[in-house]
Design a protein around this ligand. Structure first.
Ligand SMILES: O=P(O)(O)OP(=O)(O)OP(=O)(O)OC[C@H]1O[C@@H](n2cnc3c(O)ncnc32)[C@H](O)[C@@H]1O
Ligand SMILES: [Mg+2]
Length: 201
C-alpha cells in the first residue's frame, strides 16, 4: 500500500508497546520513529477515557515533530473492580511506573475474589498533523481472566497475570507473533491498517 506519508512517529515511551507496534507495522513501507528519538517529552494523560488520552498523546508528538504520529492508549479492565485499573493501568501502584509493583497490587486487591474476568482494551489513534480534524481511530478488546500468581517471562505490564482462555496460556507465555495476532493491540492495529488502506493511493 502506498501511504501519503513515509515517516511515522510512535507516541509512546513504553518499550514493550513499541516492540509490538513495530512488529504490527512491519508490513508497511514506513520509517517508524519512537518519539524519544526526536526528544518528544512525555505527554500528560489527564483524562478518564482511553480515547481522550490517545488523541492527546498523538497530537502532542505530532506538534513536537511536525510529523504524522500514532498513539496507543490501553489498559486492563477488571470486571469485579468496576473496570479498574483502566486508564490508570500504567500507574496503578503509583509513581514511578513499575510493572512488578502494579502486578503485586492487582494480586493483593483481588485476593479471595472468585469473579476474575477481565479484558485488555486498546485504542490506537493516528493523526496526519497536530490539528488533524479526522484522526484515524481503531479499538480492540481481549477477554481473559486474572490468575492468582504470575506465569511466564515474555511481554510487559500485566501479561504474566492475564490468562487467555483460548490458548490456556498467560500472555507472558505467548510469543510476540501470537500475541500480536490476537491481542487488543493486534486487533486495533488490524482495523487501523484497514482504514489506512482507504487513504492509500
Ligand atoms: O503512554 P505510553 O508512553 O504509550 O506508555 P504507557 O505504559 O504509560 O501506556 P498507557 O498510558 O497506555 O498505559 C497502558 C498500561 O496498560 C497496561 N497494558 C496495556 N497493554 C498491555 C499489554 O499488551 N500487556 C500487558 N499490559 C498492558 C500496562 O500496564 C501499560 O503500562
Ligand atoms: Mg501512558
Amino acid at each position: 500500500m502506498a501511504l501519503p506519508f513515509n515517516q511515522l512517529v510512535i507516541a509512546s515511551g513504553n518499550a514493550g508497546k513499541l516492540r509490538e507496534i513495530r512488529h504490527l507495522l512491519a508490513p508497511l513501507d514506513l520509517e517508524i520513529i519512537p518519539q524519544s528519538a526526536l526528544n518528544v517529552p512525555e505527554a500528560e494523560e489527564p483524562y478518564c477515557t482511553f480515547i481522550e488520552n490517545a488523541l492527546t498523546k498523538a497530537r502532542h508528538a505530532s506538534r513536537h515533530t511536525g510529523l504524522p504520529a500514532l498513539a496507543d492508549d490501553s489498559g486492563l479492565c477488571v470486571d469485579a473492580l468496576q473496570g479498574a485499573p483502566g486508564v490508570l493501568s500504567a500507574r496503578y501502584a503509583g509513581e514511578p511506573k513499575s510493572d512488578a509493583r502494579n502486578n503485586a497490587k492487582l494480586l493483593e486487591v483481588m485476593q479471595g475474589l472468585t469473579q476474575r474476568q477481565a479484558h485488555f482494551y486498546c485504542v490506537i489513534v493516528l493523526v496526519r498533523h497536530a490539528d488533524d480534524p479526522e484522526p484515524l481511530i481503531a479499538e480492540g478488546v481481549w477477554q481473559g481472566e486474572i490468575l492468582d500468581s504470575l506465569r511466564g517471562e515474555d511481554g510487559f505490564g500485566y501479561d504474566p497475570l492475564f490468562l487467555d482462555a483460548k490458548t490456556g496460556k498467560t500472555v507472558a507465555e505467548l510469543p510476540l507473533d501470537i500475541k500480536s495476532r490476537i491481542s487488543h493491540r493486534g486487533q486495533a492495529m488490524a482495523r487501523l491498517l484497514h482504514r489506512l488502506e482507504r487513504l492509500a493511493t
